[in-house]
Design a protein. Structure first.
Length: 251
């Protein structure tokens, strides 16, 4: 089971537990939810202790991964108890094609004429999916992988009639309108456009959305990226139901 930690505003005049645990179903997926009291004057030291205590109690219930509140500052205390944040890497890669569309739209670049480059250290299912989606949306796709790209290119031509530029040189990668990196590339100094780093979680995700009826069932205050990643992994939401917000794409 995956956990969720949520801050709870204490109610004046009532004696309440600092930490309350309960199982909760969200979109038919069970979570162990820890509500932790945090008031406007709660000392930082107390919040650190409560975060650690909540993680310890969740770990005893079998939780090793947790969806944290937005802007959570006590991840280290959680990890010391054996509970780590839910990874958003799979979600980021699943949304890569839509993310590129949003990046290009913000820069006023037409999708049809955009040059989109993708670089990775090896072929993978996630890479194949991303490049296939990009090739069906954009005319000029550059793919830089050390091996395995030739057969993939032939497959795309057979199935969809699209072509890729395989093994572009460094200048072509750096001048692309969008550069999608599945692995670090310290040798590149992109100057042509935006860069999507799909190997880490430091950069913020684009604004995301679900169908309204599903959004209304999500708890307030939880990190959306982590929560959607958990729901997607479990099959509680389908890949096509998680989208980059259109209002942001066309801003």
């Amino acid at each position: 089971m995956i956990g969720i930690l949520l801050w709870r505003e204490p109610q004046a005049g009532r004696r309440q537990r600092q930490i309350a645990l309960a199982e909760r179903s969200i979109l038919h997926m069970r979570f162990l939810v820890a509500e932790v009291a945090r008031g406007p004057w709660t000392p930082e030291a107390a919040l650190r202790r409560r975060a650690a205590a909540a993680a310890k109690r969740m770990r005893k219930r079998g939780v090793t991964r947790v969806v944290l509140p937005e802007g959570f500052a006590y991840t280290a205390q959680m990890e010391k108890q054996g509970v780590r944040p839910v990874s958003t890497l799979a979600l980021r890669r699943r949304l890569a094609a839509d993310w590129v569309r949003e990046l290009l739209a913000r820069r006023g670049i037409s999708p049809g004429g955009a040059r989109v480059a993708v670089a990775a250290e090896q072929m993978s299912g996630e890479l194949v999916q991303t490049v296939t989606e990009l090739a069906l949306r954009h005319r000029y796709i550059l793919l830089d992988v050390p091996y395995g790209g030739e057969e993939f290119c032939r497959q795309l031509r057979r199935e969809y009639g699209v072509s890729l530029l395989l093994k572009p040189d460094r200048a072509q990668l750096e001048e692309a309108d969008a550069l999608v990196l599945f692995d670090p590339r310290m040798d590149l100094r992109p100057g042509g456009g935006g860069v999507l780093q799909l190997y880490g979680e430091a950069s913020p995700l684009p604004p995301l959305s679900l169908p309204l009826a599903m959004e209304e069932q999500l708890p307030e205050g939880a990190d959306w990226g982590q929560l959607l990643a958990a729901l997607l992994e479990a099959g509680a939401v389908r890949p096509g139901q998680v989208t980059v917000k259109a209002s942001q794409v066309h801003a």
